[in-house]
Write a protein that binds this ligand. Structure first.
Ligand code: 3UK
Length: 517
């Protein structure tokens, strides 16, 4: 049975998801990482120290606190420390460029930022202009006078801390998701959203139990990773394994599977494809602890599902989720999978496939997917117009095209905007085009989705060069490296095709849909 919001106490702080374990299994290992292994009691004690230190630094209920870290125990203790005292944790993407951090920080204006030393350079570049930022706490070594280290920040603080009496509808987290114009959209979630999604998908669909140990390629700043690899397992008393490196290198993931023996693995489709491309996978790594795998972020092509099954014997559960909905709302089930589909609606959610006038479409027809559920967000921060287009009363407009087959399985049929999901991460064609256009050789360009040999989407650029430049191989190399300088590397075009003209509307707008192949 789905958990409803009104079944939670009116005053509910989601630090409960950690603390509910203390009485029964305080001494159980809750968190494994290369750096430290912590029990539930140890995590809780450190969370309390962070909470007290933040209060001492003047943080009040309802205040945003920035969190920019690799997936480490400190990410977890900072997150729960912030939410426990009623703050709102901004789980910041560790792969962004300084201009994107500037946008996010200016949008939310946190006074306090907790940042990992390896990510500090991206902040330093923009920091002098951030007049609202007063306290910077560095996980690792601090460089600037006035900054404090995480270790010094919590030192001497009490391991007891009284939680803020948060209302279950109070916001506790803010995550940014990319939009077509490249401007990230801030999405707020409330304390109640955490137990609801944990119960409705983690328990009712995935059947997670205390005996599980989860591990994710998806990072904690992404709600796919946060839910799957922290909130849901701790809701049932299971343990989590954290990876501080990038999941894009498959050996990073496999080494930890081998070492910490998780039972559940979360990854994006590219993660599974890259893993299978490794030679001697099974001879090198022991995957036998795994019982189930999960894929989300973009559609998992059926061939990848099949190959993974043949190679490892393991089932992958594909499910569509979004930051707006917090987590997965249409999912395959461990014992009910239709490969290539997103599965069936998760109990607690209603979904509809509608036309442009919001009329329901007959079974089999492709239309706009809308979803209704109690854990969905209410609006985008500071974006009224886009909020009104997306949050339609009880219904959330996902921006995805879907059809349902005669057996009730839902099939993804692309996006209704031009946005691309590359490796599970948003990529705006406009953003890649702006990077290309800034190269002196480029006159015009258009970026679209193209499928690679694993059937996964990657950016392809059509480029019209200025007179005097040659569309040769060297130019392709130059343009790609130019993009890597300007953008996160995953957004670079994987193919560049030189053209003499781009398809346009009468008003001169490039018709990207005509270039999709
Ligand atoms: C696309 C999928 C097909 C789809 C997410 C699980 O991806 C997550 O959140 P985002 O806000 O993006 C949401 C959009 O991504 N998508 C996600 N999963 C699938 N398309 N099949 C899938 N399985 O366009 C959706 O609207 O980055 C995923 C849990 C939490 C999440 N935040």
């Amino acid at each position: 049975m789905p958990l409803r919001a009104d079944e939670l106490p009116l005053h509910y702080n989601c630090v409960d998801i950690l603390e509910r374990n203390l009485a029964e299994r305080g001494a159980k290992d809750a968190l494994f990482s290369k750096q430290r292994t912590l029990t539930f009691a140890q995590v809780s004690a450190e969370v309390n120290q962070v909470g007290n230190a933040l209060r001492a630094a003047g943080v009040r209920e309802g205040e945003y606190v920035g969190l920019l870290s690799l997936d480490l125990p400190e990410w977890v203790t900072s997150f729960f420390g912030i939410v426990k005292i009623g703050g709102i944790a901004i789980g910041m993407n560790a792969m962004l460029k300084p201009y994107e951090y500037e946008y996010i920080l200016r949008d939310a204006r946190p006074r306090v930022l907790i940042v990992h030393e390896k990510l500090l350079a991206g902040i330093e570049e923009i920091r002098d202009g951030l007049e609202f930022l007063e306290v910077v706490i560095v996980i690792g070594a601090a460089e600037r006078a006035g900054d404090t280290t995480y270790a010094a920040f919590i030192e001497g603080q009490s391991e007891e801390c009284v939680a803020a009496p948060s209302h279950r509808d109070d916001f506790c987290s803010l995550n940014y998701s990319s939009g077509t114009t490249g401007e990230p959209k801030g999405i707020l979630h409330a304390h109640k959203d955490y137990p609801i999604t944990a119960h409705n998908w983690g328990v009712d669909v995935m059947a997670l139990t205390e005996a599980d140990r989860t591990f994710a390629g998806a990072k904690l700043f992404f709600t796919f990773g946060l839910g799957g690899n922290l909130i849901f397992p701790w809701y049932v008393g299971a343990s989590v394994v954290l990876l501080d490196g990038t999941p894009r290198v498959p050996s990073n993931v496999l080494e930890l599977v081998d070492r910490f023996k998780p039972t559940i693995l979360y990854n994006a489709p590219t993660g599974y494809a890259a893993t299978m491309a490794m030679v001697d996978l099974k001879a090198t790594y022991d995957l036998s602890s795994l019982r189930l795998c999960v894929s989300a972020g973009e559609a998992l092509p059926a061939p990848i599902w099949q190959q993974w099954k043949e190679l490892t014997g393991l089932t992958i559960i594909d499910g569509i989720g979004s930051t707006e909905a917090f987590h997965i709302f249409i999912s395959n089930w461990p014992d009910d999978v239709r490969p290539g589909s997103s599965g069936k609606p998760v109990p607690g959610f209603e979904v509809r496939i509608v036309d442009e006038e919001m009329n329901d479409l007959p079974q089999g027809e492709v239309g706009n997917l809308i979803v209704k559920g109690e854990a969905t967000a209410l609006s985008y921060l500071h974006q009224c117009a886009r909020s009104r287009e997306t949050f339609l009363g009880e219904w959330l407009f996902t921006g995805d095209k879907y059809r349902v087959d005669e057996d009730g399985y839902y099939w993804h049929a692309g996006r209704s905007d031009d946005m691309l999901k590359v490796g599970g991460i948003w990529t705006s064609p406009v953003e890649v085009e702006s990077a290309l256009i800034s190269h002196p050789a480029v006159q015009e360009c258009a970026v679209v989705a193209k499928r690679d040999k694993s059937d996964l989407v990657k950016p392809k650029a059509f480029v019209l060069l200025n007179p005097g430049y040659d569309g040769d191989e060297q130019m392709q190399v130059d343009l790609v490296s130019h993009c890597v300088e300007k953008l996160s590397a995953y957004k670079r075009p994987r193919w560049i095709e030189f053209v003499t003209e781009l398809p346009k509307t009468a008003t001169g707008k490039i018709q990207r849909f005509k270039l999709r192949g």
